[in-house]
Unconditional design. Sequence first.
Length: 278
Amino acid sequence: MHLMPDHSPQRIVSLQPSATVILAAIGALERVVACTKYCVDVCPEVQNSGRIIVSDSWTAQAAQIIAASPDLVVAAVPYQEKAVTEILKSGSRFLGLAPRTLSDIYSDIASIAGIVGRSAQGERVIAEMREEIASVRAITNSRKRPRVFCEEWGKPLICSQPWVAELVEAAGGEFIGAPGLTTEFGVVANQNPDVLIAAWCGAGDRVPLEKVIRDRNWQATNAAKAGRVHCIRDEFLNTPAPTLIRGLHALASAIHPECFPQSEGLRTIRNTSEVCPT
C-alpha cells in the first residue's frame, strides 16, 4: 500500500497569537517554526521551544520570515500596509485572517485545519466551543440581564469586538455601545452600565481600574457604586481563537457571580471607596 504524499504546509510562521492557538488546538503546533513573543501569553508551550521569534502582523519583516523558510505564513488583523508588503515580499504562501464575529472565527479554525490536513480536528474544536457557549447561555437565559460596557482600549475609548458582544450576550448580559467602534466617556456615563469590563489589548490583567473610574468621572454609574468594575485578561477576550472560552467564563463570573464561581483571568476593583466616596 502506497501512502499519498502530504502536500500540506509543514513549516508555518505564525504572526498572530490566535493562529498559534488554533494550530495548537488542532494538534499541529509542531509545524510552527516561528511565532511572535505574544504567542507565549496564550500558548505557553512555545516558550523556550527553540522556535524563531518574529515580529507580528502589525510589524512583520520579510527578512525574519525568509530566515524561517516557511511554506505558509498566517497573519491576522490588525495589519499595517507596510507589514503586508513585507509578508508578500518574503515570497511565502500567505493566509490572512480578519475575523469579526464568532462565525468568522469558526470559519478561520476550519480554514486553518483544512490547509494543514486536520479538518476533523478543526470541526471538533468548533463543536466544543459551540457546546460550551450554549451551556453557559442555558444557565443565564432566564436571568435578568445586566447592562455591560466592555472596552478593548482606553484612549481612545474603543468598545470590544463583535465576538465579545456575542459572548457577553451568551454570558447573560446586554452589551451596550457599538462593538469595535470608538465612544466617549460621557456617552458611557449616560448609558449607566451595571457592569464595567476592561480588556485592553496588550495589557494582560493590569488595567488600573480605580484610576479609570476616577479619571473618567464614572463614580456615579451603577457599576462603580456596586463594585462591579472588572478587568479580564486581554488574551482571553481579544484572541479570536478557542482561548475565548476562558474569556466567556470570566464574563459569566463578572455578569452573574451568583451562578458562576470566580474565574481565572478576572480581577475586580479593589477599593470602591477610593473612587466612590460615601
